[in-house]
Design a binder for this molecule. Structure first.
Ligand SMILES: [Zn+2]
Ligand SMILES: [Zn+2]
Length: 215
């Protein structure tokens, strides 16, 4: 009975690893819990250790916090690792890099796998997803001061247009917003979407800037 259940869990670990390629015991446990609520960390540890022994999994570069990580790809390969999210990607650079490496450390033999680190595309995109913020304001309006202070406090850069001093900007704001009230803020995202915020609407500003920082 125990053997049967174990096989089922082992199959589940293999299927999961085939899907995600790289995972820690915690990742595996968390995922398998959805289908098998009774699976324990110890069981997952035992299964991954045995699969490594059997050569069905190999060790991948550790996760950012130092946790062991497993690799479904058991052939010799190298990795790109994101320093921000810890994501691993298989890369093949050894044919070009190892000859250069051998020149640099003459007499030593190279047999480990290479890990190149950096920031993955997803993490890069997250940081640049807000392109431009423009605040249309007047010199006298207290809510305009509040919007600008809100951005200043968060170190978020914006361009300001004083619509009481600049009739062209005033007209442009009316075109964009269909009204004359200030403050009026536009938040331009990298994907081309322009979000519009009328007044000092703190929840909306919060949501849009967080979205811009995360998604
Ligand atoms: Zn990343
Ligand atoms: Zn790998």
């Amino acid at each position: 009975m125990a053997l049967v259940r174990n096989t089922k869990y082992t199959e589940a670990v293999i299927s999961y690893m085939d899907l995600v390629r790289h995972a820690t015991n915690t990742d595996i446990e968390k995922y398998l819990r959805r289908a098998y609520p009774t699976i324990t960390a110890t069981t997952v540890h035992r299964i991954t250790a045995r699969l490594v022994e059997q050569g069905r999994l190999r060790m991948a570069p550790a996760y950012l916090d130092g946790s062991m990580r497993f690799d479904a790809n058991t052939s010799d390969h190298d990795h790109f690792m994101c320093n921000t999210c810890g994501d691993l990607r298989d890369v093949s650079i050894r044919d070009e890099v190892i000859p250069l490496l051998k020149k640099g450390i003459e007499g030593c033999s190279v047999n480990g796998s290479l890990v190149i680190s950096g920031t993955c595309k997803k993490c890069n995109d997250e940081r640049t997803s807000i392109m431009n913020i423009t605040v249309y304001s007047t010199q006298t309006c207290p809510y305009c001061q509040m919007v600008k202070k809100w951005f200043d406090d968060r170190d978020i850069k914006y361009t300001e247009h004083l619509v009481d001093k600049n009739p062209v900007a005033a007209q442009y704001m009316v075109t964009l917003s269909g009204q004359r009230g200030v403050p009026f803020t536009t938040i331009e995202m990298e994907d081309g979407i322009v979000e519009k915020v009328l007044g000092f609407d703190q929840p909306t500003l919060e949501r849009l800037t967080q979205q811009g920082a995360k998604s």
